[in-house]
Write a protein that binds this ligand. Structure first.
Ligand code: COA
Length: 160
């Protein structure tokens, strides 16, 4: 069975992430969406909350599982026997950071390949931070995140 991991902070998951996950399911037998730790980020939602939001956003997707891990991605890849890490590339600016991660992961675990899918053009500018900023200033986030989690985000970040 070919297993791929879609790792990220997902704070919160966006429609851009969902697009990448959906496309990954056409390439692999199982796709694990992994809430991992990026030590340079302070998240607005706990890992459990992010996991729950991803779960509710992917219920219609076959072959998708959701998990969380607080260690090295390379170790998780090993643990589940994944053959690939799938990430979205939005712009050239993503490349340098992603390239560093690929090199590090390859050094730590040289069996899995990292595959980049180019983000759908309507989500090129999208990021979790953008969604959070929009919510904080009372903007409409419905175009950018799955309908199932709009309420969670507005409740946490929107001005009441
Ligand atoms: N559509 C919309 N937004 C997207 C996107 C897409 N297709 N792809 C990425 N983004 C956004 C993310 O939401 C994120 O936004 P933010 O910065 O506002 O939060 C931003 O682009 C960067 O995403 P990404 O590069 O995936 O970073 P991340 O913080 O979401 O995930 C980890 C990074 C968690 C995968 C990485 O830190 C990791 O592997 N951690 C585990 C520990 C480890 O192994 N570290 C490496 C050791 S060398």
């Amino acid at each position: 069975m070919k297993i791929a991991i879609c790792p990220g902070s997902f704070d919160p998951i966006t429609k851009g992430h969902l697009d990448i996950i959906a496309r990954a399911t056409t390439l692999f037998d199982k796709v694990i969406v992994l809430v991992a730790v990026n030590p340079s980020k302070r998240c607005s939602f706990t890992a459990e909350e992010r996991l729950d939001m991803i779960r509710r956003s992917t219920t219609q997707m076959e072959r998708v599982e959701v998990d969380t891990f607080s260690g090295l991605l390379a170790d998780y890849v090993d643990q589940v026997g994944a053959c690939a890490i799938v990430k979205g590339l939005r712009a050239v600016s993503d490349f340098e950071y992603e390239f560093q991660l690929v090199m590090a992961n390859r050094k730590l675990h040289n069996k899995a390949e990292t595959i980049f899918l180019t983000t759908a053009s309507e989500y090129m500018f999208l990021s979790s931070s953008f969604v959070k900023e929009l919510a904080e200033f009372g903007g409409n986030i419905a175009d950018f995140v799955p309908a199932e989690i709009v309420g969670d985000i507005m409740e946490r970040l929107g001005k009441s």
